[in-house]
Write a protein that binds this ligand. Sequence first.
Ligand code: 5GP
Ligand code: MN
Length: 321
Amino acid sequence: MMKIIDELKGAKTVAVSGHIRPDGDCIGSVMGLYLYLKKEMPEAQIDAYLEKPAEIFGCIDHIEDVKSEFNTDRVYDVFVALDTTDDRLGEAQAIYRRAHKKINVDHHVSNKGCGDVNIVEPERSSTAELLYELMDPEKVDVQIAKALYIGIIHDTGVLRYSNTAPRTLQITSELVKFGFDFSEIIEETFYERTYLQTQIMGRAILESVRFMDNRCIVSMVTRRMMEFYRVTPKDLDGIVNHLQSVKDVDCSIFMYETGTLEYKVSMRSNGKVDVSAVAMKFGGGGHVRAAGCTMNGTYHDNINNLSIEIAEQLKAAGKNT
Ligand code: 5GP
Ligand code: MN
C-alpha cells in the first residue's frame, strides 16, 4: 500500500481538513494526520482546518491548533481532505479549490473521489483506520495513536457495528499498545452526556413514532426545543442510534430543524435498507447503515418523501427473501 508521505514530497505548505459538523472520526483523522505530518515534515507548515470541535475532544493533543477561521486566500501546496467530499468541506472548500495538489482520503460509499489523488475505501470502518494504513507504524506515537483510536471507536460505535473488520481490531490493538487510557477515552468522548443532552434525547425518544409495520421509527427536534434545553446540534449526536436499537426496527430517521422548513436528517439501518442510497436521492450520502442529508419542506413532507424510498427498498428486499 502506498504511504501518504510519498504524495507530500517537496510540499512546503500542507492543509488538512474534514467535513462540516465534524464527528469523532473526522476530528480524530484530521488531528492524527496533522500530528503525524508535523513530526514527519518539520520544515513544512502544516495547518488543520475544522469547524470548532466539541469540548469532549479536548483530550486530543494540540486540538487548540485547529483553525476555525478560514482564510480563503491561502494557496497550499497540498490539501488533504479527510472523511469527506469537497462539497462538505464548508468554508475550507475555497482553500481546497486553490491548492496545487488535492488528496482525498475517505471511506464513504457515496464518495466518488474528489482529488488529484483519491484513496477511498468504503469497506474501511473509518477514515482513521485507513489513515493508519497510510502511515509508517514506526513513526506513530502515543498522541497520534490516541487521535486515530478516537476516530475508529466513534465510527464503529466502540467496535460494535458491522463495519468492524478483523483488520480494524488489529489496528486498534496496535494503537492501544501505546498505553493511553482507552477506557477513559471511550467513557468521556463516547458515552458521557450532559444532563441537558440526556433530557433532549429522552424527549426525542418519548415523542418518536413508528410506521410501516413498526419497521421504521422517526423523531425530530425543533429549534424551539433546542433553545428550551439550551443545546446545539452537537448535543443531538447519538439520538438516532437509540432509535435504531428498538426491537424490529429496520430503519430509523432523526431530524432537527436548521432553518425555516429546513432539516438536517440522520438515518440508520440494520442493513436491510441502504440509507446511503436514500440520502443520495436528497443530495446527501454516507454509508449503507448510517447516512444523512439536508431536506427542505415540512417535517411531514420530509418523512413522506423518505418513506417512499425506504418502502421501495424494503419491498424489493422482501421479494428477494
Ligand atoms: P450522522 O447521521 O451521524 O450525521 O452521519 C452519518 C453518516 O452520514 C456519516 O458518515 C456522515 O459523514 C454522513 N452524512 C451525514 N450527513 C451527510 C450529508 O448531508 N451529506 C453526505 N454526503 N454525507 C452525510
Ligand atoms: Mn467517518
